[in-house]
Design a protein around this ligand. Structure first.
Ligand code: APR
Length: 315
């Protein structure tokens, strides 16, 4: 039953390489297809020597993109330029919007029913871009275009665990909203195990989760943004989705999708995954007053980023 083909687009990059390495360890992935505009022959050759089952192939440049995508169940997309200090994720729009548009267009032609997992920033805009491209091609399924916000959950789990002296692996904090600054909304009141913080600590913790990407950008001092933790998060989401598609029950991950949970047309919430993908949107749950305010404060920016992505495709 477990016989999946997964493609990574942007596989030679800072995220793409460790993501591909992690996916090489999933026995459900029998074919791992690595696409980039540079270096994929080397990356694929290197990874192919690892003693796990998946067959790794590299595809280089536009002429080989179709063959890479043919028969894919899941396409993970981290292609594009990363942030430098002083940049917001939105500053990447001009370069990354067209990269995502063109890659997704190829997906609509060569693997129209594949799940598209968007990592390329700004995710708040690239998910609407991908959706609009699929709509134009007549292949759109809102349950199959998902922005990977798992890193926000991973960070929230780690930071909460650190503050409480818990093992991060035992902590789960749902994070909803978008994937940039104040659109990132950790729902600490719904954490398991349940945790309590005084208002000041809660405020600082929330801000740290929202700005954690910038923490990495600054620490890397010009060398880029989060790559290793993002690769981990991308692999976690991909592996969860594949496990659910292959029959595992009760799999829940947050993801940025088409949504009617709020007045934003896309919104990340916990999703119950199953044999057909997203079985059920678990929604926002019961919010604290603090979290209700965070949702309100995110609306304008999130709506703007969504509209910007949609407009880019319609132009
Ligand atoms: N098609 C395929 N790959 C591309 C294309 C394209 N049109 N354009 C660029 N790439 C590849 C680059 O060749 C490079 O290998 O994407 C890769 C990007 O790698 P890095 O520059 O190291 O960037 P990375 O840190 O991996 O971040 C990529 O993910 O989280 C986001 O904000 C981040 O948008 C950024 C993206």
């Amino acid at each position: 039953a477990c016989n999946n083909k997964v493609a990574v687009l942007g596989a030679s990059g800072g995220i793409g390489q460790p993501l591909s390495l992690l996916l090489k360890h999933n026995p459900a992935i029998t074919q791992l297809a690595l696409y980039d505009i540079a270096h994929t022959p080397g990356v694929a050759c290197d990874l192919s020597h690892i003693e796990t089952g998946s067959d790794v192939k590299g595809y280089l440049g536009d002429a080989e993109l179709g063959a890479c995508l043919e028969g894919c169940d899941v396409v993970v997309i981290p292609a594009g330029v990363p942030r430098k200090p002083g940049m917001t994720r939105d500053d990447l729009f001009n370069t990354n919007a067209s990269i995502v548009r063109d890659l997704v267009k190829a997906c609509t032609q060569h693997c129209p029913t594949a799940f598209l997992l968007l990592i390329t920033n700004p995710v708040n805009s690239t998910v609407p871009i991908a959706s609009e491209v699929c709509k134009a091609a007549g292949t759109y399924d809102p349950g199959r275009v998902i922005g990977v916000t798992t890193l926000d959950v991973v960070r929230a789990n780690t930071f909460v665990a650190n503050l409480k002296g818990l093992n991060p692996a035992d902590v789960n904090v749902p994070v909803v909203g978008g994937h940039a600054g104040k659109t990132i909304i950790p729902l600490i009141s719904q954490a398991t195990p349940s945790v309590e913080f005084d208002p000041e600590t809660l405020d600082n913790l929330t801000k740290r989760i929202q700005d954690a990407g910038t923490e990495v950008v600054n620490a890397k001092a010009g060398a880029g943004s989060a790559t290793l933790s993002m690769a981990y998060a991308g692999a976690r989401f991909t592996n969860s989705l594949l496990a659910a598609l292959n029959g595992k029950e009760g799999v829940i991950e947050c993801g940025f999708i088409k949504s009617s949970e709020t007045e934003c047309s896309y919104f990340s919430t916990p999703l119950l995954l199953g044999k057909n993908g997203i079985e059920r949107n678990l929604g926002l749950g019961k919010l604290s007053d603090f979290e209700t305010k965070l949702v309100e404060d995110a609306m304008d920016e999130l709506k703007g980023s969504i509209a910007k992505g949609e407009k880019f495709v319609s132009q």
